[in-house]
Design a protein around this ligand. Structure first.
Ligand SMILES: Cc1cc2nc3c(=O)[nH]c(=O)nc-3n(C[C@H](O)[C@H](O)[C@H](O)COP(=O)(O)O)c2cc1C
Length: 394
C-alpha cells in the first residue's frame, strides 16, 4: 500500500466524510472553501444532504443475498456500480493529480468520469488516463469558436457523452470565495494577493505540490483562436461568460453527433424541454447548492421529474451523496445512477488519486452492504417498495 493510500485507510478514514477534515488540513482556506462551500446562505447545500434523512428503508429480512449485482448501464456503457464522478472545476488546484488522477481512479473502479470545462489538464490526457468512459462537461467559455474546437477535440478523443450544464446563467454568490480573496489570489496583481497569502503559506505541503505542478495552470481545453489556452481566472468571471441557452443547444447538437446529457434540471418543465431538444439523459441537479440558493434538494425534485419523463430518457441525479445508502435511495426514487461531487473531491484534496479511489471504495462497499441488508439482490431490482417517503412527497 502506498503512503497516500495508507493516509486514507481505515481507521483514519471510515466514511467519506472522514476525508473532509483531511482535505481541510491540506488545502489553503480559499481552496477548501471553494470545494466545500455553496451559494448565499448555503440552505440548498445543507438541504441536499439532510433530505436523505426523510427517506427511510423498508428492508426484506431473512432473505439470503450472497451475491449482489451492482452493475448498471448508463448512457450505453456499463458501470461497475451506479455512481459516476461529477464534473468538479479546478480539480488541479486541489491536488496536482487533478482531473487525470480522478479519471484514473474512476476507470480503475469501473465507472465513468465527467471532465469539467474548468480543467487544468488537457481533455486528451484525462481521456488517456482512464480505462473507463470519460464524458466532457461543456460551458460555452471563450465563445462559440472555442467551444466548437473543444467539442471536436472531445469527439476525436472518444468522449462518451457531452454533458451540457444549464444552471449557470451567472455564477452563484459563493460568499466564502469573496471573503477568502479567491479572485485576488487567481488574478495578476501581486499587491492584491498580499492580504490573502498567509492562508496559502500556512499550507506548505500543498504549496510545494502546487509550485512543482507549475503553479496556476491554464484552462487547457478552452483555446481562444489566435491566443491559445485561456488563463485560469476566478470562477465568477469564468461562469458569467459561459452560460448555455436552449438556442445554443440546437447549435451544439449539430456539432456533436453523440449523446447529449443536460445537467441542472430541477423541474418537470425543464425535463420535458430537454427531451424535446434531443437529450439522451438529464441530471437532476442544483450544482451542489452552488448556484441558486433556495431551490429544493435534488432528491426532493426527483419524483416530479421521474413522473414527467416517464421512462423516455435516463435520469441521473446529484447533490448530497455522501453514503452508499444515499445512492440506493436515489435509485429507489427513479434515478438510473448518481453523480458524486464533493464525496470524491474531498478525497482528491486529501490524498490525490489515492483519496479518490478510497472514496469510491467506501461508497461501493456501502452500496453492496445496503443492498444485502435490504434483501435486494441487484441494483436493477430497486424500486419504491424499498423505501418510505413523507406523505407530502406524493
Ligand atoms: C468544487 C466544485 C466544482 C464544481 N464545478 C463544476 C463544473 O465545473 N461544472 C459543473 O457542471 N458542475 C460543477 N460542480 C457541480 C458538480 O458537478 C455536482 O453537480 C455537485 O458537486 C453535486 O453535489 P455534491 O457535491 O453534493 O455531490 C462543481 C461542484 C464542486 C463541489
Amino acid at each position: 500500500m502506498s503512503r497516500k493510500s495508507r493516509a486514507v485507510a481505515s481507521p483514519r478514514v471510515v466514511s467519506v466524510m472522514d476525508l473532509r477534515p483531511l482535505a481541510r488540513r491540506r488545502l489553503p482556506k480559499a481552496v477548501f472553501d471553494y470545494l466545500d462551500g455553496g451559494a448565499d446562505g448555503e440552505v440548498t447545500l445543507r438541504e441536499n444532504c439532510r433530505v436523505f434523512d426523510d427517506v427511510t428503508f423498508r428492508p426484506r429480512h431473512a432473505v439470503a443475498v450472497p451475491e449482489c449485482d451492482l452493475r448498471t448501464r448508463v448512457l450505453g456503457f456499463d458501470v461497475s456500480f451506479p455512481a459516476l464522478l461529477a464534473p468538479v472545476g479546478y480539480s488541479r488546484l486541489m491536488h496536482p493529480d487533478g482531473e487525470a488522477g480522478a479519471a484514473r481512479a474512476a476507470g480503475a473502479a469501473g465507472t465513468a468520469y465527467i471532465l469539467s470545462t474548468l480543467s487544468g489538464h488537457r481533455l486528451e490526457d484525462v481521456k488517456a488516463a482512464s480505462s473507463g468512459p470519460v464524458c466532457y462537461q461543456l460551458y460555452l467559455m471563450g465563445g462559440r469558436e472555442a467551444s466548437e474546437a473543444v467539442i471536436e477535440r472531445a469527439r476525436v478523443a472518444g468522449c462518451a457523452a457531452l454533458v451540457v450544464t444549464i444552471d449557470t446563467a451567472v455564477a452563484g454568490m459563493r460568499e466564502r470565495d469573496f471573503r477568502n480573496g479567491m479572485k485576488e489570489l487567481m488574478g495578476d496583481s501581486v499587491l492584491a494577493k498580499i492580504p490573502f497569502l498567509p492562508q496559502v503559506l500556512s499550507r506548505p505541503a500543498w504549496l510545494a505540490g502546487f509550485l512543482l505542478d507549475g503553479g496556476l495552470s491554464k484552462l487547457s481545453n478552452v483555446v481562444i483562436p489566435g491566443k491559445g489556452p485561456m488563463e485560469l481566472i476566478d470562477v465568477s468571471a469564468a461562469l458569467a461568460a459561459a452560460a448555455v441557452t436552449w438556442n445554443d443547444l440546437r447549435w451544439i447538437r449539430n456539432l456533436w453527433p453523440g449523446l447529449i446529457v443536460i445537467k441542472g434540471v430541477l423541474t418537470a418543465d425543464d425535463a420535458r424541454r430537454a427531451i424535446d431538444e434531443g437529450a439522451a439523459a438529464i441530471v437532476v441537479s442544483n450544482h451542489g447548492g452552488r448556484q441558486l440558493d433556495g431551490v429544493p434538494a435534488s432528491l426532493r425534485a426527483l419524483p416530479e421529474i421521474v413522473a414527467a419523463v416517464n421512462g423516455r430518457v435516463e435520469i441521473l441525479m446529484d447533490g448530497g451523496i455522501r453514503r452508499g445508502a444515499d445512492i440506493i435511495k436515489a435509485i429507489c426514487l427513479g434515478a438510473r445512477a448518481v453523480l458524486c461531487g464533493r464525496a470524491y473531491a474531498y478525497g482528491l484534496a486529501a490524498a490525490g488519486q489515492a483519496g479518490v479511489a478510497r472514496a469510491i471504495q467506501i461508497l461501493r462497499t456501502d452500496v453492496e452492504r445496503t443492498l444485502k441488508l435490504l434483501g435486494c439482490p441487484s441494483i436493477a431490482m430497486l424500486d419504491r417498495s424499498y423505501i418510505d417517503v413523507p406523505a407530502t412527497w406524493g
